[in-house]
Design a binder for this molecule. Structure first.
Ligand code: B12
Ligand code: SF4
Ligand code: SF4
Length: 295
């Protein structure tokens, strides 16, 4: 674990767990070593959070261990481990626990991890004494992330327009409007641009051995196999990865969008085949991509 603190159970927590008194909040650096490949092969891009082991699994295992330790002194304690699994305001809890600071790109910064930190909690009925956090503004006058966002999705300090954010668009289903689809570039899952632009992330290094290995599809997967991704390949290679939950059709749609944006002529046969797909969204994006390539 990279940082650990405790927050009072704010009303959003009590709405879900009425018995809650406090929340142990943990952060772990998910930053993987840079294994992006640049060669002549058309490639997509996966956000850092999904390149290695699934942080939900890693953090849940660590928090479950910690909850067993807590039980030694408090055998009758009530606890619930959460990692993105309950509607808790995880970033707010991390700030209240004193382990994180809010920044303009809407993420929170954790000492030693920058913003490349995943968050998880143990909600408990133990009243842990929590001192109020020291709130600092690490951003000052900087607005590099706001200017770097390819979709102009940072609409106020710390506020994202989810209908424009490319991370959301790669994860959500349906047809993507042409202007935003173009802004997606070669992104297949997630978006790191506002974090890459941040000077506070510049000297942050990978520190968690759990995220040292890439898991398929890795950082920069080949595009054409993703456009053609069969149900069998998806089951065998992708479904257990951090991006598997967005399902096969969205991965194929994002790969088609990427091929169009990259004017990737090698993708023409796969896109022509996609024109016959039973999924209307895929058919539409195959046609748009072929149009972008110029056929
Ligand atoms: C929905 C969601 C998204 C959506 C919308 C994100 C957004 N910024 O609105 C989309 C798909 C776009 C998204 C993208 C990403 N996400 Co996301 N996402 C979530 C999720 C599941 C819910 C967030 C949410 O809607 N909360 C409800 C709203 C009301 O709260 P909020 O957005 O957190 O923050 C508001 C308030 O809490 C308040 N607030 C925030 N901090 C504080 C502090 C104090 C003291 C107070 C009073 C108030 C306050 O102000 C905010 C604006 O109104 C959380 C997990 C979770 N359960 O929290 C992960 C989570 C926020 N995501 C995470 C990550 C890693 C990402 C990505 C980096 C992934 C990627 N590479 O593509 C991007 C970053 C995009 C960005 N610039 O924010 C991490 C954040 C880690 C971090 N260090 O900040 C989380 C916490 C998951 C996790 N368990 O680690 N995400
Ligand atoms: S994740 Fe990408 S699209 Fe979303 S706010 Fe950051 S830079 Fe903009
Ligand atoms: S780029 Fe600048 S404004 Fe944006 S989060 Fe980093 S320090 Fe803050």
């Amino acid at each position: 674990m990279s940082a650990l603190g405790a927050s009072p159970a704010v009303p959003e927590v009590r709405n879900v767990f009425p018995w809650a008194e406090s929340v142990v909040v943990a952060a772990i650096s998910y930053l993987p070593p840079d294994r992006t490949i640049s060669d002549d092969v058309p490639r997509g891009l996966i956000a850092r959070v999904a390149r290695g082991a699934d942080y939900h699994v890693v953090l849940r295992a660590k928090l479950s261990c910690l909850s067993e330790i807590i039980k030694i002194d408090h055998p009758n304690v009530r606890m619930e481990v959460c990692v993105d699994t309950s509607p808790l305001p995880e970033r707010k809890l991390a700030v209240l626990a004193g382990i994180a600071q809010r920044v303009k790109n809407a993420n929170v910064f954790v000492e030693g991890c920058g913003s490349y930190a995943a968050l998880g909690e143990i909600v408990t009925n133990i009243p842990i004494q929590c001192s109020p956090p020291t709130v600092i503004d690490p951003c000052g006058e900087c607005d590099l992330c706001v200017r770097a966002c390819p979709a102009q999705a940072i609409i106020a300090p710390g506020v994202i327009d989810r209908s424009r954010c490319l991370s959301a668009l790669t994860q959500r289903g349906g047809v993507v409007a042409v202007e935003l689809a173009r802004a997606m570039g070669n992104r297949i899952y997630g978006c790191d641009t506002c974090q890459e632009a941040c000077p506070q992330n510049a000297n942050i290094c990978p520190i968690s051995p759990e995220f040292a290995e890439d898991v398929f599809p890795g950082a920069t997967p080949e595009l054409i196999p993703l456009i053609e991704l069969t149900a069998k390949d998806f089951r065998e290679r992708v479904s257990g990865s951090s991006i598997g939950w967005i399902r096969r059709a969205r991965i194929r749609r994002n790969a088609a969008i990427a091929a169009g944006n990259m004017k990737c002529e090698q993708a023409i046969p796969s896109l022509r085949q996609m024109l016959e797909d039973e999924n209307t969204v895929l058919r539409e994006h195959a046609a748009i991509a072929l149009n972008e390539i110029g056929c």
